[in-house]
Design a protein around this ligand. Structure first.
Ligand code: RB5
Length: 143
């Protein structure tokens, strides 16, 4: 299960991503928002909350740049969020960082590229091994 959210700047990208997920048969919780204007930290907190509560395994956060969502998400416990504008980073943040939230900027990527990035993120598994030790070191900083 995924949780997805956007602010007003990425509302149309959120609609496009949801349509893409529907077509692929991937289930998601829509955390909004359809409000404009809106504050991205509110939505990031909702999506990360769904992950923390075990309702979702991963999250997708969209705003104008993806950066505000990413910064906020990374302050939430258990979250490893990455902002990606191409599929190489999306693939490697799964392989090496075990990222559990993908952030994208609606003013940076178009709908087609967003779908490609999303595919790379969702289709890639964490490699573990030496990367597990590094992720553990990263997560130690939360304590
Ligand atoms: C909203 O104008 C914009 O600041 C927001 O969507 C995001 O890009 C922040 O990081």
């Amino acid at each position: 299960m995924l949780a997805i959210g956007s602010d007003h700047a990425a509302a149309s990208l959120r609609i496009a991503v949801k349509k893409y997920l529907d077509e692929k048969g991937i289930a998601y919780i829509d955390c909004g928002t359809d409000e404009a204007p809106s504050d991205y930290p509110v939505i990031a907190k909702k999506v990360c909350g769904e992950i923390a509560q075990g309702n979702a395994d991963m999250g997708i956060l969209l705003c104008g740049t993806g950066i505000g969502m990413c910064m906020t998400a990374n302050k939430c416990k258990g979250i490893r969020a990455a902002v990606c504008s191409e599929s190489y980073s999306a693939r490697f943040t799964r392989l090496h960082n075990d990222a559990n939230v993908l952030c994208m900027g609606a003013r940076v990527v178009g709908e087609g590229l967003a779908a490609e990035i999303l595919d790379a993120f969702l289709d890639t598994k964490f490699e573990g091994g030496r990367h597990q030790r590094r992720v553990d070191m990263m997560m130690e900083l939360e304590k």
